[in-house]
Design a binder for this molecule. Sequence first.
Ligand code: IFM
Length: 467
Amino acid sequence: MAIDTSAVIDVTSPNTLADPFTPPADSSLWRKNFLLGAATASYQIEGAVNEDGRLPSIWDTFSATPGKVLAGDTGAVACDHYHRWEADIDMLAGLGLEGYRLSIAWPRVMDASGAPNRKGIDFYKRLLARLKEKGITTFVTLYHWDLPQYLEDRGGWLNRDTAYRFADYADLMSRELAGSVDAWATLNEPWCSAYLGYGNGHHAPGLADGRFATQAMHHLLLAHGLAVPVLRANDPGSQIGIVANIGRGTANSDSAADQRAAHLFEVQHNAWILDPLLKGAYPRDLWELWPGTEPLVLDGDMKTIAAPLDFLGINYYFRTNVESDGAHGFREVPLEGVERTQMGWEVYPDGLRDLLIGFKGAYGNLPPIYITENGMASDDKVSDGRVDDAQRISFLKRHLAAVDQAIKAGVEVRGYFLWSLMDNFEWAFGYERRFGVVHVDYSTQKRTVKRSAELVSRFLKERKAQV
Ligand code: IFM
């Protein structure tokens, strides 16, 4: 496929460009019904972890464990959004962003007996009411990793019962919030919950066993499948979906072994989640990669998991170049001289385009897609009251061009959410890595709109003004 090089700008001299962001006139982004918004997640921004009856989550426990999070950071205060939500929503609306993707903290809204916590629920009711008042489309994720610690104490996602508790939680929230949520996502990035949480221990709860990862994944997907009909019944006007992070794997050489390695990389990152959801079966190649780790699957589970979706949320960040490990798997071969972000992740917009087009070919029933996260971390500094995040502006422009190319190739992409509205608690990397289009000074909680947000905002206002 031809690449639109006009979308690639020189990040070293951004100021020489009159307009480093606005998409070309023929871009699908100019369509008014292409939703452009921003995303956040509860534990990453809310803080107030002990307030109004919120119970501990696995991330409170994990981040309080020495050595687990960079600099010993925790989400105890984060962006203090729990107290500053009104100003934050005003800021979002002021930027002209049309959609907001947020998540609910499960331990804030339900206690260990399953009883509702009214104060926690009311927080989200007020937040969503304000978003509606501002005319913002609301995407609500039920699970963005903050599992109640009381459930982890009973085995967490290794315990099948957690899937049923999740369905109860989905029932409660969709009864309480029906009518104020445009789209429900059951889970955010089950790959991270299962693999990083139970497979290698980089995330909470910090367990490291391949067998745990596949069983946790199965229970996460089961939780999703059990919740879908509940959400549909309680909130029939809303769209129901799930959010998956996807990874591009490329082969380090043309050799059959390296090509196979790249295929297995994508099986492990993408098909592990998308095949059960869209084909009702785990990819068989996964068991070649991880022999002996098949989860316990009960009769009917795969049918439950493959419940039809109204949308699929896709989170995309980077690609990984791999070679064969000489046995059944792959190992990374980092490429030299490529552009990287503060996370060390390679900037590779083509990966997003290629994966989207590949999914359309692989899954005949691919639902409409929202890019529910895309963005990058940079070591942004405020200078004279401004933040010039030139690399992010270029990154966003190039990834939006990739989305446009996928749309033109026939993939139905309905919208795109920037990750993230503001700098926040980046999990095991604490506050060092800044993903926001708004800068947060954690000592004062002052928000400073970065240049990237200004340009996105300018584009949205221009688009709105068009007849
Ligand atoms: O910050 C995370 C987010 O919570 C889930 N997706 C990836 C982001 C960047 O790492």
